[in-house]
Write a protein that binds this ligand. Structure first.
Ligand SMILES: Nc1ncnc2c1ncn2[C@@H]1O[C@H](COP(=O)(O)OP(=O)(O)OP(=O)(O)O)[C@@H](O)[C@H]1O
Length: 254
């Protein structure tokens, strides 16, 4: 499924938070969004997920505008894992993940064994099956993050939008979530702060002050000049002695 943003604008109280952002996410690709704090990554993801209506411009899912599509229909194709999703309800981990199946249930389509196994698989994928009966509010930040990802996986979306999914995770779970994301048979748009992790995306878009300032392959976007201008850091690019891949080291500019 192709997801396209055309000339997207978003503002709050006259303050422009997104200005004229256009991008086309190709089916099956892992597309990274990078940019400093407050550059508009979350705002863009929320527009792409249909949670916010652009002030100007439009979001197209396979050439259909999200405006005019029902939330349930959007949710059958697009899942968003937000940075700080909370729930006030007293839910177990399994119940939280079961919510991912909601867009597919109706009076005619009741909960089935298939839904049950999709939920168990999603919990296994994020290494949380053993916590299935734990109450959500007793989980640590990283465990909650993994449950959110499981909820989105249970939704079996065609397009998965992830807002800094490795934020709260220990290094082991960062690697396993990123490996899982890369293997998923779906289109992924992922906002990342770790630029070395961003190197593994198929393409990257760099945001700055609500604008898209660079778009291309990781080596086209993550140039020393871009890192200096957009992030204000001096980057040294070195080769990994193990596999020859690019690694970036960052310093304050001299
Ligand atoms: N409802 C709102 N009212 C006012 N300002 C807002 C609102 N939502 C977002 N902003 C501002 O819009 C800008 C972009 O925010 P956004 O969360 O999209 O950035 P981000 O790139 O995801 O940042 P981070 O890397 O810190 O998560 C920020 O300056 C933020 O303070």
């Amino acid at each position: 499924m192709k997801l396209v943003g055309e000339h997207l604008h978003w503002s709050v109280h006259g303050r422009k938070l997104l200005a004229d952002v256009s991008l086309a996410i190709e089916p099956g690709e892992t597309f990274g969004l990078i940019g400093p704090n407050g550059s508009g990554k979350t705002t863009l993801l929320r527009l792409l997920a249909g949670l916010r209506k652009p002030r100007q411009g439009r979001v197209l899912l396979n050439d259909r505008s999200l405006i005019g599509m029902h939330q349930r229909e959007i949710a059958q194709s697009i899942a968003l894992v937000e940075q700080q999703a909370e729930t006030t309800e007293r839910l177990t981990v399994r119940q939280a993940v079961e919510l991912g199946r909601t867009p597919f249930l109706s009076a005619l389509r009741q909960w089935s064994d298939r839904d049950e196994s999709i939920v168990s698989q999603a919990l296994t994928d994020v290494d949380m099956l053993h916590f299935a009966d734990r109450l959500w509010h007793t989980l640590s930040g990283g465990e909650r993050q993994r449950v959110h990802i499981a909820r989105a996986l249970a939704q079996q979306p065609k397009i998965l939008l992830l807002d800094e999914p490795t934020n709260h995770l220990d290094v082991h779970h960062q690697l396993s979530i990123l490996t899982l994301v890369r293997q998923l048979p779906m289109t992924v748009v992922i906002a990342l702060h770790d630029l070395n992790q961003a190197m593994d995306c198929d393409r990257l878009a760099a945001m700055e002050g609500g604008r898209l300032v660079a778009l291309g392959t990781p080596s086209e976007v993550l140039t020393t000049e871009r890192l200096r201008r957009t992030f204000g850091v001096q980057a040294d690019i070195i080769d990994d002695p193990v596999d020859g891949s690019r690694i970036m080291r960052f310093r304050h500019p001299l």
